[in-house]
Design a protein around this ligand. Sequence first.
Ligand SMILES: Cc1cc2nc3c(=O)[nH]c(=O)nc-3n(C[C@H](O)[C@H](O)[C@H](O)COP(=O)(O)OP(=O)(O)OC[C@H]3O[C@@H](n4cnc5c(N)ncnc54)[C@H](O)[C@@H]3O)c2cc1C
Length: 286
Amino acid sequence: MLSGIAPRVFLPGNMAELLAIYRQNPNALLWAGGTAIGGLRKNDPQYARPKKIISLAMVSEIAKVSRTERYLEIGAAVPYNKILQVGQHVLPSALSQGLSLLRPMPLRNLATLGGNLAVRGLRLNAYPILLLLDARIELRREGRNRWITMQRLFDRAGNPILDSGELITRIRIPFEEWDLGYFRQIGTPMNDLRSSLSFCCTGKIVKATVSDLRCAFGTFSPLVIRNRELEAFLSGKKVPFTRKEREEALAMMEKTIAESPGISSFQKNRARELFDWFIHVLREPD
Ligand SMILES: Cc1cc2nc3c(=O)[nH]c(=O)nc-3n(C[C@H](O)[C@H](O)[C@H](O)COP(=O)(O)OP(=O)(O)OC[C@H]3O[C@@H](n4cnc5c(N)ncnc54)[C@H](O)[C@@H]3O)c2cc1C
């Protein structure tokens, strides 16, 4: 799969071994499902010719899904299909839609959330929806673990804040009564980054009134687009929105899209169209 001189491969059998090996080899490439590494290796020399690889395959501590009354906790190395299967009754709808969009289907037996979040220079499907769901991320390195919000996982330029020898280990999603979950994807980021885009929303609509509506665009750069002012504007409004409300909301979103760096004009147009359509058809779910 990888070209050039054969890399040295580490296969830690548990978390303690993984953290120790990663501390000693902080430049090694972590290998979860290997799907993004495989898909991006043509364009990224670090993926094409890693000197050292640390496989996460045998680390059972990050291969589990568990739940409490308050949250669902997903190990960073759990394959999508297991997440979808174990979490079928409790996963927020927008997240299961986003994970189910990964094609071809066999990739879902390999692809993981940790790998999706950590792809270099690109916020793929999982990040925007986990952001909207107020998920928290556990980061571990030898001798330290910390829980951070999704916002804090990347700096303003979209670079991960992971320290040397630190990796993503768990993702915690609080349980909330979402009435609405929506995920759409245009194109695929592995084929053409300038024409791919994802749009996700989650929300609560009670008695035809929006009590909480969150939307984000991703899969176009290391950044995502979200307008909290717009979300506050829509909160408390009845659905369907009036024409004036839609026009005002669209103008706010257009401004945010226009100001976002790293998004092509094709993506801008599609983002505008998707949002316009979404606020047009939004109704109280049955
Ligand atoms: C044909 C094809 C189509 C795809 N389409 C989509 C798509 O439509 N939408 C989408 O979102 N993605 C898509 N992907 C990308 C990819 O499959 C997913 O993002 C997947 O979730 C990556 O997970 P993985 O476990 O395979 O990551 P890997 O490939 O193993 O790793 C990806 C990166 O994350 C790092 N990493 C892995 N685990 C951790 C960890 N626990 N902590 C820190 N760093 C870590 C690795 O070192 C590497 O840099 C596609 C890929 C292919 C090949």
